[in-house]
Design a protein around this ligand. Structure first.
Ligand code: HEM
Length: 451
């Protein structure tokens, strides 16, 4: 009998090639815990499509092949839960849609799904454009701004207003953005600590800062919930959450709102920030963007109807998310033993995949470091395997906000780039910081000029 025909229960573990040493025992500093992308790149370069390593008692399998990624995210999805780091984000997100599993996850997703239907999201366009337009008019020609923080504040006010019908003042937006920044600073270390959930009960300085910021964020979210509970209308996201889950407590709804707000605003803001950075570095792409905006909009503000015609604008965003994917890695843990290609892997294996690494694979993206939006022409897309590019994940846990994010980012870019040209303030080195999302470390200082 060959290994393929053995019943799963009788198969022997058969592992892919990989690092012979447990990562915890490697002391030469080659792989730093804060730079997992470097490790992933090494694994992909040295071992190819699939490889393995150990960290303490954890067995990790790293995937670098679109078909293996599809197997885990789609074909064998019922055999996988989120992996440890994602599960631990419960410290931040509670039991919202990203961290929950099973029936509770299904119930949450079902309750809010209609708010994200493609036909539905057009209704959010006016709100998106209004916020972008306020920013467009507020910027002073010749001024310098931190584009990363500016995009964070913009997409936070858009998400709160469009999805939760909450108009936040500039101060409220800045306060919430600051809480999220404070949380992210500490959160990053927190998830790596053993028993971090227990440590949170002790007065350790960094952790106190996390708890303080978390409490501030909670306060703002509870206010939003109370406001919409009294004034909500049928068909609104929050009303859907409450009516779709009549037994849910205020805390459960808080977790669900926090998850959607945080998942929705940081990612989109980072996609936009990296896009501005790449536009500043590639003036020929910027010129073609301006030409499309002039042809489609002729100087007026974009609407939902213009969105399908802003094709090159969308291709620019797609290419920016290829090079700088806001979600730069994802993971799953196997419930039962499973097969991947010729390998038979044990239950509890952690499977990791990285958008950063996959999106820069020269087999699917020739000359991968070049910024070239035409890679997203329909013909080129058809010629690539689907999971060579997966900024929004895939399968039953695929990003619920994908359609909203595309429209939001396209309309914001179109509204702002209609008026503004951006240049990088000289003397900066722009590098990514691997937090929950991929942020430009220390921000991006940009000079704003009228076109
Ligand atoms: C450029 C923007 C965005 C990117 C790159 C992005 C990326 C992702 C990815 C990769 C996942 C899957 C994670 C996994 O399977 O482990 C995900 C899930 C999710 N995203 Fe997004 N996202 C974006 C925008 C949004 C927006 C705008 C919203 C909401 C308004 C949102 C809400 C969510 C939620 C709730 C989930 C969990 C879905 C589930 O597990 O059922 N995201 N996102």
């Amino acid at each position: 009998m060959t290994i393929e025909t053995l019943p799963a229960a009788r198969k022997k573990v058969y592992l892919p090639p990989g690092l012979p040493v447990n990562l915890l025992l490697l002391t030469n500093g080659q792989f730093r815990p804060r730079d997992p992308i470097r490790l992933f790149e090494y694994m992909a370069r040295k071992y190819g499509d699939i490889s393995t390593y150990r960290v303490g008692h954890l067995r990790i399998v790293f995937l670098n092949n679109p078909e293996y990624i599809r197997e885990v995210l789609v074909n064998q999805a019922p055999n996988f839960t989120k992996e440890r780091v994602q599960r631990r984000s419960k410290m931040l997100l509670g039991d919202g849609m990203i961290t929950s599993e099973g029936n509770y996850h299904k119930a949450q997703r079902r309750a809010v799904q209609p708010a994200f239907y493609r036909e539905r999201i057009g209704a959010y366009a006016d709100t998106i454009v209004r916020h972008a337009c306020n920013l467009r008019d507020a910027v002073v020609p010749g001024s310098t701004i931190d584009m990363a923080q500016t995009m964070m504040r913009l997409s936070l006010s858009v998400a709160a207003d469009a999805l939760f019908r909450t108009r936040m003042t500039a101060e409220e937006v800045a306060a919430m953005n600051q809480s999220v920044n404070d949380i992210m600073k500490v959160y990053h270390f927190l998830v790596a600590l053993p028993a971090a959930e227990k440590l949170l009960h002790f007065p350790i300085p960094g952790l106190m800062q996390f708890k303080r910021a978390r409490r501030k964020l909670d306060r703002q979210i509870f206010e939003m919930i109370a406001h919409r509970r009294s004034q909500g209308e049928p068909g609104e996201l929050l009303t859907m959450m409450i009516e779709g889950q009549p037994d849910a407590s205020d805390e459960q709804i808080r977790d669900q709102v926090t998850t959607i707000l945080l998942a929705g605003f940081e990612t989109t803001a980072n996609a936009l920030s990296w896009t501005w950075y790449l536009l500043a570095e590639n003036p020929e792409v910027e010129a073609r963007l301006h030409a499309e905006l002039d042809a489609v909009l002729g100087g007026r503000l974009p609407t939902a109807d213009d969105y399908p015609n802003l094709k090159y604008t969308e291709m620019i965003l797609a290419e920016a998310m290829r090079l700088y994917p806001p979600a730069w890695a994802m993971g799953r843990q196997a419930i039962e033993p499973f097969d991947l290609g010729p390998y038979h892997l044990p239950a509890k294996t952690t499977v990791l995949m990285s958008q950063w690494v996959m999106h820069r694979n020269p087999e699917f993206f020739a000359d991968p470091l070049r910024f070239d939006p035409t890679r997203f022409e329909p013909e080129a897309k058809r010629n690539r395997p689907k999971f060579a590019y997966f900024p929004f994940g895939g399968g039953p846990r695929q990003c619920i906000g994908e359609a909203f994010a595309w429209m939001e980012a396209v309309l914001i870019l179109a509204t702002l780039a209609q008026r503004w040209r951006v240049t990088l303030v000289p003397g900066q080195t722009i590098v990514p910081e691997q937090l929950i999302t991929l942020r430009p470390k220390g921000g991006i200082r940009m000079k704003m000029e009228h076109r």
